[in-house]
Design a protein around this ligand. Structure first.
Ligand code: PEP
Ligand code: MN
Length: 337
């Protein structure tokens, strides 16, 4: 349920509602809006709860939350959420860009890429240190060494570091180095992991599972929000369909649909979404036109030599061109980049 306070309700009245919600055995979540405050009451349905809350002074009305995801829903919070972490801000007027290699490979590689991303106008540096690989024989990442190199790249460039965490017991280590914890597509429904990142003070980039519906995606985000971390970004990275001309199918209608159903910012990853370097730039432009809040792009100075996902990595000159083209699209729809 959502308890909508009258405009001008006092702090005491808000506190009374919170107390009441907790006495009913429900969790409360206060959202201070520009016009009025709403308080979400979350948990199992309780008989008489609505009537009881309606009687508290300062309450305007009590309405049910129809969506199965509660804290993520626009029913609870209409204003868009902007997630900020270090140099990265996602969800405002500016379309942000997170770029970098699939995997951190060496000190020279990540520093060269980081300086280039900075110069090209990106604000986040992505790079995997713990890599989820389909084959156990493929390169698994530099692990803690990779995290140290990412931290060094942040020190030199000021970019925010976005990197994947694969298991709950890795969360404290990765959170020590990262600005944004990435939960990968394969782990979207790893509930202990979602709760573990929910307990940190780091922003989270949650990637959509290749076979997850939007409802399942938002319920996964809800796990993080419910645990207490409200800095969640959703990332569309393509789904598995019968189609095989691309690595995954990148459904861009997800972006406006998510903007209708959730206040959380939406990131698009056209690199995994297409799996083909020569399709990435066009889909990046389309994602900006569809009102994505940020792009996440894999780049590499020498894709043939990349230790993972080289086939979808953009060379520096192609990335520079992508930035210029996307900037024009962003301006055409009243955004900045
Ligand atoms: C990645 O970002 O490199 C990655 C492994 O992505 P996904 O989880 O979307 O496959
Ligand atoms: Mn990759």
């Amino acid at each position: 349920m959502i308890v909508v306070m009258k405009s001008g309700a006092s702090q005491e009245q808000i506190d009374r509602v919170v107390e009441n919600i907790e006495q009913l055995g429900l969790r409360s979540h206060v959202i201070v809006g520009t016009e009025r405050t709403v308080i979400a009451a979350l948990g199992e349905k309780r008989d008489g709860a609505k009537q009881s809350l309606e009687r508290v002074p300062g309450v305007d009305k009590v309405v049910p939350i129809l969506a199965p995801f509660k804290m993520a829903s626009t029913e609870v919070k209409r204003e868009r959420t902007e997630v900020a972490s270090g140099a990265l801000r996602v969800g405002g007027k500016k379309v942000s860009v997170i770029a970098g290699p699939c995997s951190v490979e060496s000190r020279a590689q990540i520093l060269e890429i980081a300086h280039f991303v900075k110069e090209a106008g990106g604000s986040g540096l992505r790079g995997g240190a713990f890599k989820p690989r389909t084959s156990p024989y493929s390169f698994q990442g530099l692990k803690e060494k990779g995290l140290e190199l990412l931290a060094l790249a942040r020190e030199e460039t000021g970019l925010a570091v976005v990197t994947e965490v694969m298991a709950p017991d890795q969360v404290p280590l990765v959170a020590r180095y990262a600005d944004v914890l990435q939960v990968g597509a394969r782990n979207m429904q790893n509930y202990p992991l979602l709760e573990a990142v929910g307990e940190t003070d780091r922003a989270v980039l949650l990637k959509r599972g290749p076979s997850a519906t939007i409802e399942e995606f938002l319920l996964a985000a809800e796990y993080i929000l419910k645990t207490g971390n409200t800095r969640v970004m959703l990332c569309e990275r393509g789904i598995r369909t019968f189609e095989d001309h691309t690595r995954f199918t990148l459904p861009l209608a997800t972006v406006p649909y998510l903007h209708q159903t959730t206040h959380l910012p939406v990131v698009v990853d056209p690199s995994h979404g297409t799996g083909k370097a020569d399709l990435v730039a066009v889909m990046a432009r389309a994602a900006v036109a569809a009102e994505a809040d940020a792009l996440m792009i894999e780049i590499h100075p020498n894709p043939e030599k990349a230790m993972s996902d080289g086939f979808q990595a953009l060379r520096f000159d192609a990335f520079r061109e992508l930035m210029a083209d996307c900037r024009r699209v962003a301006e055409a729809i009243g955004r900045e980049m």
